[in-house]
Ligand binder design. Structure first.
Ligand SMILES: *[C@@H]1O[C@H](CO)[C@@H](O)[C@H](O)[C@H]1NC(C)=O
Ligand SMILES: *[C@@H]1O[C@H](CO)[C@@H](O)[C@H](O)[C@H]1NC(C)=O
Length: 415
């Protein structure tokens, strides 16, 4: 197995002309998860491999060698989840965890029972490799055996219970803080005890609450499988993690767990759309880029926060790009350009962009660091912390940041 992975990787490196049929399974209906999967699969398609991707998103323009099996139901379930998670903000650990795991079961169920996915599963075609995101969707690792292919698992964040257990990666609790604990690598005795408790509670729920549901879904949808879900999970060949040692605390990895943080960054920035390019290049004092990421909508900011932002931006010499999801922003100052979408990575690459005001998501932080742009992190209380996933990424990211980096990042509380 190891040799097969090495063979595939050496194919990329040496550009040998060996094309494979590769299936990507990226079922999570959240842009930040999709961007990681898409960067990987697009890269493979560009190298000439024939790529098929199961995803709730479809590429806006066709890409050579790249085909999507689009799942339609997932967004509904995510919306239902978001609505539910909003009211769950005051729940304790137990309700939080079970809600999180129910979301995973719902996501797995709606993806595997989607008509297009089922038709695709019936094609019984051959794939050389299956690349599967693991985010509360373990049952989907069954695609490997269905198509007789080795499995590469991808995590859209750092090492966690989702990935460590697949390859027996050690996580010494004495110095590896739980990703959601908010602790650093230097824990006091009390924090270590809390770290052990949190990890134990999570393990208990994971294997007694989450896992049986995944096993049932696996048995229901991969009826012809020769192996149990447990055997399949332990048979994953390689794990790719969206993290990077320059961003995270030190921790051990087994050799087939590899960090790919920054994979979505365009190493050669693409040309910006004309209106954005002109706006940036005509700014004598530089440009500030302001975005709260793909999940949070800045148009649902509280009115007084919005007014404060407008007032502040109005008095700046700099121009401001603001990711704002409506066609209109009442009272928009002349030095502000709004759009519901910006090519963020290419904007951050532009030398005239001087500052990034961000929600502190993993992708945003990585891109900003890659391009050497200073960050102001905003935790928008009555808003950001209510958003379950965004809130977690935000907090985990903020706290995972190493000291020397943290000293250069300032976090302001807006509101
Ligand atoms: C999961 O789906 C069930 C049944 O459709 C629904 O009652 C429940 O609220 C959903 N849970 C979450 C967290 O979305
Ligand atoms: C493990 O993966 C290999 C390679 O894909 C496969 O040949 C083997 O049958 C798998 N074993 C189990 C138990 O699934």
């Amino acid at each position: 197995m190891k040799y097969f992975s090495i063979f595939i990787i050496s194919c990329f490196l040496t550009n040998l002309s060996c094309a494979y049929k590769i299936l990507g399974v990226f079922p999570v209906g959240a842009k930040s998860h999709y961007i990681i999967g898409q960067s990987l699969m697009k890269g493979l398609a560009e190298k000439g491999h024939e790529v098929t991707v199961i995803s709730p998103y479809k590429e806006s323009s066709p890409i050579a060698n790249y085909r999507t099996v689009q799942v339609v139901d997932v967004f509904e379930s995510i919306e239902a989840v978001n609505a539910k998670l909003l009211e769950m903000k005051d729940y304790g650990v137990v309700d939080g965890l079970t809600g999180f795991y129910d979301f995973g079961a719902n996501l797995t169920r709606s993806t595997l029972s989607d008509k297009r996915v089922q038709d695709f599963m019936k094609t019984k075609q051959h794939f050389d490799l299956v690349i599967c995101e693991v985010f509360l969707t373990d049952a989907m690792l069954g695609f490997g055996q269905l198509f007789n292919a080795p499995v590469v698992a991808v995590s859209s964040f750092s090492a966690s219970i989702f990935t460590n257990d697949l390859v027996g990666n050690p996580s010494p609790l004495s110095y590896v803080p739980h990703p959601f604990s908010g602790f650093s690598t230097e824990m006091s005795l009390g924090q270590r005890i809390a770290n052990i408790l949190l990890t134990s509670v999570e393990r208990g729920f994971y294997y007694n609450y989450f896992y049986p549901k995944q096993d049932t879904l696996f048995k229901e949808h991969f009826r012809e499988s020769r192996s149990s879900l447990d055997e399949i999970r332990k048979n994953v060949s390689l794990i790719l993690l969206n993290t990077h040692f320059s961003l995270a605390f030190p921790r051990p990895y087994v050799p087939n767990m590899i960090e790919i943080g920054g994979i979505q960054v365009n190493k050669k920035p693409k040309d910006l759309p004309k209106n954005i390019k002109d706006f940036i290049e005509s700014a004598d004092h530089g440009v500030i880029y302001f975005s709260l990421g793909s999940n949070m909508k800045s148009k649902s900011l509280p009115d007084e926060t919005r007014a404060a932002l407008i007032e502040t931006f109005k008095n700046l010499k700099q121009k401001v790009l603001w990711k704002w999801e409506d066609p209109n922003l009442p009272g928009k100052p002349d030095n502000v350009l709004i759009s519901d979408w910006f090519p963020q990575d290419d904007i951050l690459a532009h030398p005239n962009v001087k500052l990034f005001i961000t929600h502190g998501g993993l992708l945003s932080t990585t891109e900003s660091i890659y391009h050497g742009k200073p960050l102001i992190g905003s935790t928008i209380d009555s808003f950001g912390n209510r958003h379950f996933l965004g809130g977690i990424c935000n907090q985990a990211q903020r706290r995972r940041t190493p000291k020397e980096f943290r000293s250069r990042v300032e976090f302001y509380k807006v509101s």
